[in-house]
Ligand binder design. Sequence first.
Ligand SMILES: [Zn+2]
Length: 321
Amino acid sequence: MALAYNTGHCDDFALPGGQAQRSPPAPARIRWTSLALIHPTARMMNNAQGRTMHCMICGGPTAYYFSKQYDGPYGIFMTDIPSVDYAICGSCGFVFSMTHQALDADRWSRLNVEFHDHCAQVPYDQKPNSPPYAEQALMLGLAATGTIIDASSMLDYAGGRGILSRLVADLFAMRLDVYEPFVRDEGVSYLDKGDLTKYKVVFNSAMFEHVLCRQDLDDVNDLVDPDGVLIVHTVVGERVPQDPSWFYLTPPVHTAFHTNRSMAVLMEQWGYTCSIYAPKAKSWILLKGDVSRVLDQADAINRRLKTQWLIAKEGFVDYWK
Ligand SMILES: [Zn+2]
């Protein structure tokens, strides 16, 4: 599938003033010879001992990739951050913001709160890329019915305003607990971080692109029961375009950009053997154990729906090229 996606995600693409988000540009091939290794900000990739910073996903060497200035509609959130510098892993292609990683915790938190507060004010008909909540709820319902997931304990990690949680409760009478560090909605009973335990299903929508360090990712996976599943909703393509105008850089809280290779590496490190991608829900289910059983379960749902609603394979489903 060509890289013409977006996650539909996190209210992120509702620009100030209700402007519609532009269509994503075609991906640019990574030109390794053009990586500006001598760019001054490349110094940021070295730690105090002068060693090269390694990729948080695979441990490979990283290099300066490009910079972006938030002088457009989102510049109001970035007035004290004139330029954001990104680096790329030469091994798995994972891209991250060195600038966001260098922010102190208070500034990072304020950026998230201000941005989410702004998005909450935008009318739904001016949010061209809202998350596919209905399809995600259906995916959870189908996966539970088809015994792909065990719905007896489920958590929506970074679950925002609890929209998905309320949907699965109303539509399927399923309980989806919500943990969210930055956003509050009066109608949601949020879990405190200290109340988190292990879950058969951990749903993680639109957070993988917000992380600053490896621990942020491991904190999510650590909540998955040994025989549980992790469901991830984010943008994952074959490569991250070397293009400051790439649509997924638009939200100023996006800091990490994954590739099919980096996700495959993560899966292997975390012990997942296979995955299912639901294009309508723009979400991946990462599973452990018997691959053939998972393939049969996904096939059973597809035959029931008379369409390939789910795509399953050993390893990571590299749907977007
Ligand atoms: Zn890497």
